[in-house]
Design a protein around this ligand. Structure first.
Ligand code: NAD
Ligand code: G3P
Length: 340
């Protein structure tokens, strides 16, 4: 079975570090690019990432650099793991050093960020296609994956979406192992929409928890939220079945019920009366659902897709909407058929 031996991981936050660790566990060579030189130094010299993935011992074979050209040199595949709003900028810088593989073709890029571009409403694969060398093959990795658990080798399963089945199989072989099981899909759009929108729904579920609205309300939000993910995925050309997998339902179940989630915990704080801006100001880690909520509000309107939960989160987080009025507005919408 074909696989890639040398990987570049672009982004040394919690998830990039955990994926580098996963790749090492699968026997691959990894060079990790960090935005901050001090993070690169800590990973290479101390085998640790105290700022973004504390209390995890990293594989000593992981090397890190703050130099994109150095990280990309000789890579056979590249994982893009920056926060979503930085992916296009970093991708454009990386494009100048993008490695060529067999036949002089650009090596594949695997999108591991979960979000939607704020300025354009584009999915991350659309952003990557815009800034990477023409013809770069694209895949997306998404699913229920708290980085700290993955880094420690706890059992995890993900969706690996790629339109090219042969490339997808090679990527599964490259990263997969007993504690990290990628399931192959050919639906990049469905996988990306699931990973992006679940962060907004996790904020909503956190608000329910923080406001003391009960477990029934959370189950309702998860289920009706899944309907919103499905409607958007279909409108963008994805398949409803994808959303029922690890990258949709699976990730929503995880993120919408655990304080390990940055999106859920932000929602809890908002539900308790803090502003999202206050919570964000105290964090270095990215909370993708905040910008995704804003991007989605515009996208849903442009496409005519009904996404009332996501729009309510956007109103609370970005438009200073009153929490109780917004919840009341959601609950007082007209009754409807469940399938719609
Ligand atoms: N942490 C997880 O458990 C997890 C799991 C799956 C997917 N993801 C996704 O992975 C992506 C990265 O998240 P993370 O958790 O690794 O991040 P993080 O919160 O751990 O770290 C933030 C990252 O942003 C980088 N950064 C800050 N400013 C930057 C800039 N101007 N340009 C480029 N990079 C900059 C930092 O160097 C750091 O790598 C997100 O889209 C997230 O949703 C995260
Ligand atoms: O901590 P969160 O909310 O960014 O979630 C991390 C991962 O996306 C969970 O799959």
């Amino acid at each position: 079975m074909q696989y890639f031996t040398r990987l570049a991981v672009i982004g040394a936050g919690a998830w990039g570090s955990a994926l580098a660790q996963t790749a090492r566990r699968a026997g691959r060579q990894v060079c990790l690019w960090a935005h901050e030189p001090e993070t690169a130094r800590a990973i290479t010299e101390d085998h640790a990432n105290p700022d973004y993935l504390p209390d995890v011992a990293l594989d000593p074979g992981i090397t890190a650099t703050a130099d994109l050209a150095q990280a990309l040199a000789g890579a056979e595949a590249v994982l893009l793991v920056t926060p979503a709003q930085h992916l296009a900028t970093v991708g454009a810088q990386a494009a100048a050093h993008w490695p060529l593989g067999r036949g002089g073709r650009p090596v594949p890029a695997v999108i591991c960020a979960k979000g939607i571009a704020l300025d354009s409403g584009r999915l991350m694969s659309q952003e990557a296609a815009r800034v990477l060398p023409a013809g770069t093959p694209l895949a997306a990795l998404s699913g229920p994956t708290f980085a700290a658990e993955v880094a420690r080798g706890l059992p995890t399963a993900v969706t690996l979406a790629c339109a090219d089945a042969e490339l997808g199989a090679a990527l599964v072989e490259t990263l997969g192992g007993p504690s990290f099981r990628p399931y192959l899909s050919d639906d990049l759009i469905g996988a990306e929409v699931g990973g992006a929108v679940k962060n907004v729904l996790a904020i909503a579920c956190g608000i329910v928890e923080g406001r003391g609205l009960g477990d029934n309300a959370r189950a309702a939000l998860i289920t009706r939220g899944l309907a919103e993910i499905t409607r958007l995925a279909v409108a963008l050309g994805g398949q409803p079945g994808t959303v029922m997998g690890l990258c949709g339902l699976g990730d929503l179940m995880l993120t919408a019920s655990s304080l390990q989630s940055r999106n859920y915990s932000l929602g809890v704080a908002v539900g308790q009366g803090h502003s999202a801006a206050q919570v964000m100001a105290g964090r270095r880690a990215v909370t993708e659902g905040v910008s995704t909520a804003q991007a989605l509000a515009g996208l849903a309107e442009t496409l005519g897709v009904e996404m009332p939960i996501c729009q309510a989160v956007n109103a609370i987080v970005h438009q200073d909407a009153d929490l109780d009025d917004t919840i009341s507005g959601l609950l007082n919408r007209p009754f409807k058929m469940e399938g719609n």
